[in-house]
Design a protein around this ligand. Structure first.
Ligand SMILES: [Fe+2]
Ligand SMILES: [Fe+2]
Length: 180
């Protein structure tokens, strides 16, 4: 996709997220507003990147927008919590219900699947889970994989082969059927 067209689409969808979807997420979220996994910090960044990945892949960004907007809304703290994806699903369904017709029933199912499994990294072959997973990990990679000091020193100290990219996930049909 042409860069300027993609940028204007990201802006259009991100505006929709901030003006319409975010207020609905705020009403139900137990997630903190600021801080490491905050709604205005972490989630904003993940939504922005997830939209970029969906558009770059030529996919519909709307389901990805809902998945990213709601993925951490059931967090209550910044520490390890494997269940926050599961807990976010009923909250996300309430948010999506406020926007009838924006995504299909099948897309809603895949959004819920992506949210439920983002804490476990279950492999998947659908783009909604892949965009959420990669956007979430890209955000977290800022400090885990590429701290500023490394970026500055990379030519001397790190060979590119040692940095493993987070690839999109692939899910087996068997796992998909189990979930249904
Ligand atoms: Fe999370
Ligand atoms: Fe997250």
């Amino acid at each position: 996709m042409e860069q300027t067209k993609k940028e204007s689409l990201i802006k259009k969808y991100f505006d929709f997220y901030q003006k319409k979807v975010l207020p609905e997420v705020e009403k139900l979220a137990t997630q903190k507003k600021e801080g490491y996994h905050g709604l205005y910090t972490h989630t904003d960044a993940v939504v922005f990147r997830a939209l970029d990945y969906a558009l770059e892949s030529g996919e519909n960004p709307m389901p990805v927008l809902f998945a990213a907007a709601c993925h951490d809304m059931a967090r209550t703290h910044d520490h390890y919590d494997k269940e926050h994806g599961h807990r976010a699903v009923p909250l996300a369904q309430k948010v999506i219900a406020k926007f009838p017709g924006k995504i299909s029933e099948k897309e809603e199912f895949l959004v819920c699947y992506a949210i439920q499994n983002h804490t476990e990294g279950t492999q998947t072959n659908d783009y909604i889970s892949a965009c959420l997973w990669d956007a979430d990990r890209t955000r977290l990679a800022w400090e885990h994989l590429m701290p500023k000091r490394w970026l500055l020193e990379m030519p001397k100290n790190i060979s590119p082969g040692k940095i493993k990219p987070w690839g999109a996930q692939t899910r087996t049909e068997k796992e998909f059927k189990q979930f249904r």
